[in-house]
Design a protein around this ligand. Structure first.
Ligand SMILES: [Zn+2]
Length: 322
């Protein structure tokens, strides 16, 4: 034999599908939503073409369409105009997230729809930081106390998962204890375990109204030079009771996704963030490369690296393609 022609396994579509090593299922997609007060609101987000801030009645319709396409998991962010020193609005029963969860639960059971709710302070504090600031430093104790209150109020409303994204030390343990103390043993935690201080969040901050008014988030979000520290963050979150761990962003961090998956036996989510979305949209429109090809290549890369589930603004499109 001269040589084994490996390319013979690539000759036809059916064959290529037969031998493909990575599979993306609709069940593994999570669609994020930005929810606002009001009715019949669908306000386009300029930096994220195709994505809107929507009111909860529109959310119900949108989720109905998603479910028909086979996507059954959503991540909710409440966009609040009420900004307060101690983020009090975030844990009020009449906050937009809590109200939306209750509305969704009237339409869909947990068997039909998995609701995941973001738990952080940055959308509710005056200065846009993810914790309560004392001068230029985070007041950890006070921040953890508020994060726990937010998580419990989401649980009361009927969420399936709370997803703490503040990158505060000990947040998973404090939330787990608070949930258990309030008899929400079945509410699960999807932790933003490895959230880097990234330049890919720009459009999200625009959509969510959460850009920090001073300083940056480098004192609590992770330094992108540190894969070893990422593993320590995941290990810590698992010890504290995380049920799913997350790496955010995804595309520039495929090595982190790979390392986490190789190191820990726990469901792993990758967050295909707003900047990645905007970048792909713009590249597709300017280059003429079909969006479908570009998005599938990128999301399959996240799966190949080891992500079990993908949080992506492309969930609806993907569901139509796969
Ligand atoms: Zn935050």
């Amino acid at each position: 034999m001269e040589h084994n022609r490996l390319s013979k396994m690539r000759s036809h579509t059916a064959l290529r599908d037969l031998v493909s090593e990575t599979h993306l299922h609709k069940d593994q997609l999570i669609m994020p939503f930005f929810i606002v007060e009001g009715t019949r609101i669908s306000d386009p987000i300029k930096s994220m073409p195709g994505i809107h801030r929507i009111s909860s009645d529109v959310l119900v319709t949108e989720i109905g369409e998603l479910l028909k396409l086979g996507v059954r998991s959503v991540l909710l962010f409440g966009v609040s105009s009420e900004k307060e020193t101690l983020a009090q609005s975030a844990y009020r029963a009449d906050n937009i997230v809590q109200k939306s969860i209750r509305t969704l639960r009237r339409h869909y059971s947990s068997d039909e729809l998995c609701i995941i709710t973001d738990v952080c302070l940055c959308g509710h504090t005056l200065n846009g930081h993810c914790g309560i600031m004392k001068g230029t430093e985070i007041d950890l104790e006070q921040t953890l106390d508020i994060l726990a209150k937010i998580a419990v109020s989401h649980a009361v409303s009927g969420t399936d998962f709370v997803a703490p994204s503040a990158m505060m030390d000990g947040q998973v343990a404090v939330i787990r204890n608070a949930l258990d103390d309030n008899k929400f043993h079945k509410v699960k935690i999807m932790s933003y375990s490895v959230k880097f201080a990234s330049n890919f969040y720009g459009p999200f901050r625009d959509a969510y109204g959460s850009a920090p008014q001073f300083g940056d988030r480098k004192t609590y979000q992770m330094d992108y030079r540190n894969p070893g520290e990422a593993l320590r963050e995941v290990e810590q979150d698992i010890m504290e009771g995380a049920d799913v761990v997350m790496v955010k962003p995804a595309l520039a961090y495929l090595d982190i996704i790979y390392r986490v998956k190789q190191s820990f036996n726990i469901p792993l989510a990758a967050y295909n963030v707003s900047g990645e979305y905007a970048m792909m949209k713009q590249y597709a429109s300017e280059s003429g490369v079909p969006e479908k090809d570009l998005i599938l290549e990128s999301v399959i890369a996240m799966k190949r690296a080891g992500a079990d589930m993908i949080i992506t603004y492309f969930a609806k499109e993907l569901a139509q393609w796969i």
